[in-house]
Design a protein around this ligand. Structure first.
Ligand SMILES: Nc1ncnc2c1ncn2[C@@H]1O[C@H](COP(=O)(O)OP(=O)(O)OP(=O)(O)O)[C@@H](O)[C@H]1O
Length: 355
């Protein structure tokens, strides 16, 4: 069995912050590091590029030790087989697009002419043959992004790193550039690590998501698993689901204060339960039957959300409900109002906390 192309235990200590992330990436695999501001994504990426040394742990790429503080091994950034696309691209302003792309191959020792040929080839592959003689300030945001990608790939990196590669683009350019980037990532034979806070970028571009919060990996898996079985509030919000933790007994997950969520998944023990805001029904009076899956709630806020109104509910079960404007008008929803909420069993999903 062959191991992962990239194998690392990335530990960085800073005042008030510790990054401690185990990361493995196979050849041809694209992994997205996704997480809120300050989670440590950029720090992790910088350790891979060699721009920040590890405090502890190790980093191996294709069997070569790039960083291991315990043995004082450290390979400098320019000697790593790594290509980086930075968020603001960091193109050399005084060089043409072709010379920007040729810079890496030249530094790897390729003769000037061969480096220029390789740059011309890469600019062709990203669709910028006609722009080879332009300087960065004569390029649009999307074109500069493509030059940055060509520059990173022209060194034939074993590891490609992308730091928020689409963040600087407007919505339209972003859509086209995302599709373009996806094609190049699919063709890339090495490992790729992408840092983003945009779940759409992560879902569209990555084979696997690694969610980082407060310096730790809190969840990882393919898009299907992460989006249907979130394990933290951050991931649940990202994918637009209500997430609660409780104790499952058969087809009921018991939450705080005697409230419960019905589910069609039969389960026992500590469990997560998720449901979309559209699965919540609001009632002005307590519905008949007094079932444990009817909760009292207080309307904390109401705002527009697409075609629906999004209702923030507090109480024993803080949750979010989406209702149509007609329903909202019928309920006369106002902040502070007391209300009752139920959720349909066939719209919920429950799964064990331990997995
Ligand atoms: N140069 C620095 N010196 C000291 N602390 C830093 C430095 N850069 C970042 N930090 C801290 O390290 C932690 C991780 O920051 P990092 O930039 O890696 O997070 P991130 O997940 O990339 O966030 P963002 O999405 O906002 O870019 C934060 O607490 C941050 O304040």
């Amino acid at each position: 069995m062959t191991g992962p192309l990239l194998d690392g235990h990335l530990v960085v200590d800073r005042a008030g912050f510790r990054l401690d992330v185990r990361l493995r990436v196979a050849a041809g695999e694209v992994v997205a590091l996704l997480g809120p501001n300050g989670a440590g994504k950029t720090t992790a990426l910088r350790t891979l590029a060699g721009l920040h040394p590890l405090t502890a742990g190790w980093l191996r790429l294709d069997g070569v030790e790039l960083d291991r503080p315990a043995t004082r091994s450290f390979v400098r950034p320019e000697r790593r087989p790594v290509g980086v696309v930075f968020q603001d691209y960091l193109l050399f302003p005084h060089l043409t697009a072709r010379d920007n792309v040729a810079f890496g191959p030249r530094r790897q020792g390729l003769p000037r002419r061969a480096a220029r040929e390789r740059a011309t080839d890469w600019l062709g592959r990203v669709g910028l043959t006609a722009h080879a003689g332009r300087r960065p300030r004569q390029l649009s945001g999307g074109q500069a992004q493509r030059v940055a990608l060509a520059r990173a790939l022209a060194v034939q990196p074993t590891l490609l790193l992308l730091d928020e590669p689409l963040a600087a683009l407007d919505a339209r350019t972003r859509l086209d550039t995302r599709a373009h980037l996806h094609r190049h990532l699919t063709d890339h034979a090495g490992a790729a690590v992408l840092v983003t806070h945009d779940p759409l970028d992560a879902l569209a571009l990555a084979d696997r998501l690694v969610i980082v919060e407060d310096g730790r990996v809190v969840q990882e898996g393919d898009a299907g698993t992460v989006t249907t079985r979130p394990r933290t509030d951050y991931v649940a919000r990202l994918v637009g689901l209500n997430l609660h933790r409780g104790r499952a007994e058969g087809r009921l997950v018991h939450l705080a204060d005697g409230c419960a969520v019905p589910t069609t998944d039969r389960l026992d023990g500590d469990a997560f339960v998720v449901f979309p805001p559209t699965a919540v029904t609001l009632h002005p009076e307590r519905p008949a039957g007094d079932a444990p899956h009817t909760w009292p709630a207080t309307v904390a806020g109401v705002h527009r959300h697409g075609d629906h109104l999004r209702v923030q509910l507090t109480g024993p079960v803080s949750t979010v409900a989406d209702v149509t404007p007609v329903v909202a008008a019928g309920l006369r929803l106002l902040p502070g109002q007391q209300i009752w909420a139920t959720v349909a069993a066939d719209a919920t999903r429950a799964y064990p906390v331990d997995h």
